[in-house]
Ligand binder design. Structure first.
Ligand code: DAK
Length: 258
């Protein structure tokens, strides 16, 4: 049983909720481990096609790494936690073979914004506030924030957000490309579900391939165009490609989930 997260599955969509609302869903070690375990389990679960990540209640998505937990870390512990955390959760989410949508329902700060940025798509509620306040605590973003923020919003804006440690509104996050959409808070889960349902109609095999190809372009030493060609070619040998093209020719909807 999980203590700090919950998972609810319906119609192929799993909602993974970080559930420590009294601590504004801050990520401690246990929460990272539980989220890792749940994601690993869902990876091989055919009932799960899309994952939505969100935070419990309506104040925070995740207000960062648990400051109380890392306050007295040594250099070695900090390094170990950064590596472990990146491997266990953030890199796992980024390369997850099923689409992950972050439904950002409030504060997404530090490690919380880093988690949202690891997801493939972000939808924010209008009251959400985002930022990387680490330098105000005397550290830098340690869960991939320096890399993923620059990828999403460009280097100049990323530097501004990191150096000032400031928070931006959901609207500003939308304007700078940090989130895909902004909706009213009470419409957030519905919007995330709607996007998940649209994705569900498409070929899971092709989506997995697209995730690998897009991520390849952001992986050092890997040529994204070459990976795209390889992934594209592999599609031709699959049942899902046959189903998709046959459905088009037969003027019917493809059914990829037989
Ligand atoms: N950690 C632990 N507890 C937190 C927390 C956090 N990040 N954020 C909030 N809380 C707790 C508060 O301490 C408070 O608990 P009690 O005092 O009631 O026990 C409770 O949640 C409610 O928060 P507030 O009373 O502060 O609520 P307000 O509405 O007044 O303020 C706030 C909301 C989000 C503006 C404020 O809570 C806030 O500034 N929170 C901290 C934001 C922040 O600085 N987040 C951390 C960013 S740094 C690492 C890798 C990565 C990282 C660290 C290490 N290694 C590899 C070692 C990442 C670091 C970060 O994420």
């Amino acid at each position: 049983m999980y203590e700090n997260i919950s998972v609810n599955l319906s119609d192929g969509i799993a909602v993974l909720t970080i559930n420590r609302p009294k601590q504004l869903n801050a990520l401690n070690k246990r929460t990272i481990e539980e989220a890792h375990a749940a994601l690993r389990e869902m990876e091989s679960d055919n009932e799960v096609a899309v994952v939505i990540l969100t935070g419990a209640e309506n104040k925070a998505f995740v207000a960062g790494a648990d400051i109380k937990e890392f306050a007295d870390f040594t250099i070695a512990q900090g390094g170990a936690l950064a590596k472990n955390g990146q491997d266990l959760l953030f890199t796992l989410v980024e390369h997850y073979p099923k689409p992950v949508i972050a439904a950002v329902n409030g504060f997404a700060l530090g490690g919380g914004l880093e988690l949202a940025m690891s997801a493939h798509i972000r939808i924010a509620s209008a009251n959400a506030k985002m930022g990387l306040p680490e330098v105000s605590l005397g550290v830098i973003p340690g869960y991939g924030g320096t890399q993923r923020l620059a990828q999403l919003v460009g280097k100049g804006k990323a530097n501004e957000l990191i150096f000032t440690a400031g928070m931006i509104s959901a609207d500003e996050a939308f304007r700078c490309g940090l989130v895909n959409a902004v909706v009213e808070q009470d419409a957030l889960m519905e919007a995330a579900m709607r996007m998940a349902s649209k994705i569900l109609r498409n070929s899971p095999m092709a989506i997995r391939a697209a995730i690998r190809a897009v991520n390849a372009g952001y992986t050092s030493g890997v040529n994204g165009y070459e990976v795209e060609i390889e992934e594209f070619a592999k599609c031709f040998g699959t049942e899902e490609f046959k189903e998709g093209t046959n459905a088009f020719i037969e003027k019917r909807k493809a059914n990829f989930r037989k």
